[in-house]
Design a protein around this ligand. Structure first.
Ligand code: H2U
Ligand code: ZN
Length: 346
């Protein structure tokens, strides 16, 4: 089958959902906008930034003069550690349950002006170390069943501040999307006696058509079932349920993969590429989860240029997600880009 010529749908074995692929639509005429590289410069320190060292945050807390990473409890946390226990289920259609948890913010660096790609491998490795430390600490708590590490980047993703930072929301229950992946991975292991993502990675490394980059410990690829135009997945080559299973070498290799992917993303439309990124890992309920293979998703909304964003509206909101560019074509675009950040070249 030539995927380039015919509308078809693809199955996402991790979520159990389908995506409609309409590759013939990329043949529509498109007056590509010519854009100058985005060289908007930010200061290294911004006195109005609530994440820069020494500055005051909402609520009056003052950031320390940190020089690597800095973690604090979100001043507007969506989850609180304590709450009343209730079960308002007196009508079967009106169900509510308590949810408790912890929300934290992680500053990746004191430098206000750098993003993941431009921080470089050494400093991103420190961020990886913080993720591991936080996952371990939060995950070992009896009241935390799942730890979601994520990052929103760029104003169009609703990110409030360009200072490099990410978040952690840790909940007592496992949230919906990782819970779906949990079920799908469990079923795959039970039915085929092999981990779903080990099996998928083997196929992708054999074929290579959706691979963007790799190193000793990680592969970065555009999944066969990608929904977002330049969606990628970062997959550890070794079978591991969570990031704390990584050794030093693997942590360094993760930083390497993230910086290289970040440079390719920024080089695509010569801007600090917006996205939502998240790490999916096994639940932290104290149980055994041999079916879990941790991984990262990057969901960037930009489509053809800095100013053309994909919206999930109409058919996508009412029926199912759809994409025009095939995942294979997106992988070629990302593969062809330099890993030297455009702002580092003159
Ligand atoms: P974004 O990364 O999506 O912009 O979110 C930043 C978080 O920082 C957001 O959840 C928190 C907001 O609640 N925040 C603080 O904790 N303290 C502040 O002083 C401002 C913002
Ligand atoms: Zn700042």
């Amino acid at each position: 089958m030539n995927f380039d010529d015919h509308p078809h749908r693809r199955f996402n074995p991790l979520s159990g959902e389908w995506v409609l692929v309409s590759p013939h639509r990329t043949k529509r005429p498109w007056q590509g906008q010519q854009e100058e590289p985005d060289r908007a410069t930010l200061p290294e320190y911004d006195e109005g930034c609530y994440l820069c060292p020494g500055n005051e945050r909402a609520g009056g807390a003052v950031n320390p003069h940190y020089d690597e990473t800095f973690v604090f409890t979100n001043d507007f946390a969506a989850l609180l550690p304590e709450g009343p226990d209730f079960h308002d289920n007196d009508h079967h259609l009106l169900r509510a349950e308590p949810e408790t948890g912890v929300c934290r913010v992680i500053c990746y660096s004191p430098r206000h002006d750098l993003n993941m790609a431009r921080l470089g491998v050494e400093r991103v490795k420190k961020v990886v170390d913080v993720w591991c430390r936080e996952f371990k600490e939060l995950g070992s708590r009896a009241d935390i069943g799942y730890v979601q590490i994520f990052e929103n980047r760029g104003a169009i993703m609703g990110c409030s501040n360009p200072h490099p930072h990410g978040q952690i929301w840790a909940t007592s229950n496992m949230p919906m999307l990782p819970a779906a992946e949990d079920q799908r991975q469990l079923a795959h292991l039970q039915e085929r006696d092999e981990c779903l993502l080990c099996c998928y990675l083997k196929r992708e490394l054999d074929g290579g058509e959706r691979l963007v980059l790799e190193n000793d410990s990680f592969a970065v690829l555009v999944p066969f079932w990608a929904t977002w135009p330049f969606e990628t997945m970062v997959l550890p080559k070794a079978h591991m349920g969570s990031i704390v299973e990584m050794d030093e070498k693997q942590r360094g290799d993760l930083a390497d993969a993230l910086v290289r992917l970040g440079s390719r993303y920024d080089n695509l439309f010569q801007t600090s590429f917006p996205y939502s990124m998240g790490i999916h890992q096994q639940p932290t309920d104290g149980g055994e989860h041999p079916h879990w293979h941790w991984h990262m998703h990057f969901y960037p909304p930009l489509l053809r240029s800095r100013s053309v964003k994909k919206f999930m509206v109409g058919f996508e909101m009412m029926a199912m997600p759809q994409r025009d560019l095939t995942p294979e074509a997106a992988a070629v675009r990302l593969r062809d880009l330099s890993e030297i950040h455009y702002l580092e070249t003159v």
